[in-house]
Design a protein around this ligand. Sequence first.
Ligand code: FMN
Length: 389
Amino acid sequence: MLRFLTAGESHGRALVVIVEGLPSGLPLVAEEVGGELARRRLGFGRGPRMRFEADEVTLVGGVRHGRTLGSPVAIEIANTEWPKWAEEMSPGPGRPSRVLTQPRPGHADLAGMQKYAFDDARDVLERASARETAARVAAGACAKALLAKLGMAVLSHVVQIGDARLSAGASGWPRPGPEDLERVDASPVRCFDPCAEAAMVAEVKAAAKEGDSLGGVAEVLAYGVPVGLGSHVHWDRRLDGLMAQAVMSIQAVKAVELGEGVRVAGKRGSEAHDAIRWDAGTGTYVRDTARAGGVEGGISTGSLVVVRAYMKPLATLNRPILSTVDVVTKQEAKSFKERTDVTSVPAMGVVAETMVALVLASEALRKFGGDSLGELVRNHGAYLASLRG
Ligand SMILES: Cc1cc2nc3c(=O)[nH]c(=O)nc-3n(C[C@H](O)[C@H](O)[C@H](O)COP(=O)(O)O)c2cc1C
């Protein structure tokens, strides 16, 4: 099993993440983690912070001479803007120079202030901010490195921004494979289809002009997932449930879909499932469709894993339109602006990819075990060999 814990505030000194459960001998360097973090900053429609917020990665523990030691891996992502925030975010005793008393609708501000008895919204928003996902992406880099050793690759692409979406042909919409990831990342909206990409860019420009925001959908694809991750035997061991929880935990994600989950709800059973056939050439069972998203009964089937994350339009707008209340005066006010994107769907896709990778890595470790990478790879290989009929 893989566990990870993040800490740190959006404008604090640094974010930190500890990843526990990685085997020894896994090659890992800070540049690999930095590369994943750079992917999280991608996307047309992101605010100015993304341009000057370089991520400074330090491997603090658990790695020696480019290989994991089997001990917890600790990663620090320094805030390059810290000198500007050192006073406002100081952990030392004192008071902030400016208190935010007008909680922003659609954020954790008001519920967090009431729950934790704060009079300053910054005490909540600093941690609720999606900057925290940088720490998750760093953990995800470790998970992806592990999955690659087991022949698995997880990637994402954007399938909808606002009203602009990929149109499905007879065989569904175009899906990138692991070899297409660079092409997806090179797209300004991380879209694999050039026609839909142009429509998405136009949609973002139109919303930006009006000071408005957009949501959308990113699709996560996991290739090479073997049959047998997750289990039908207990509710909290189901792979679909684990992936849904992990992806739903991403800030502003409001719905998660496995395979054609939403569409098949309106279909007949005869058209909603993935027929099984025996492929004598490879000696495996195959399914030619991915309606179930690669999971049946909470167990991976060996087919392509497909998870879609639906993101709400961002709540902070570039014009003062949403009403709120000042918690001191109780007077109506317009929601203030804490730096905001027009849309973060392309970046959210990278985070969704991360969360799916972390779940798959954890379940792979649970199934195959092993303290060293060599042992894990041997166990995985022996299991695959046992499946060949
Ligand atoms: C990668 C990423 C970037 C985000 N950037 C913004 C942003 O610029 N402005 C904003 O209002 N919300 C942004 N959000 C969403 C908020 O963090 C989120 O809506 C807020 O914390 C409240 O959580 P909830 O929407 O899950 O209830 C972003 C989310 C993600 C995943």
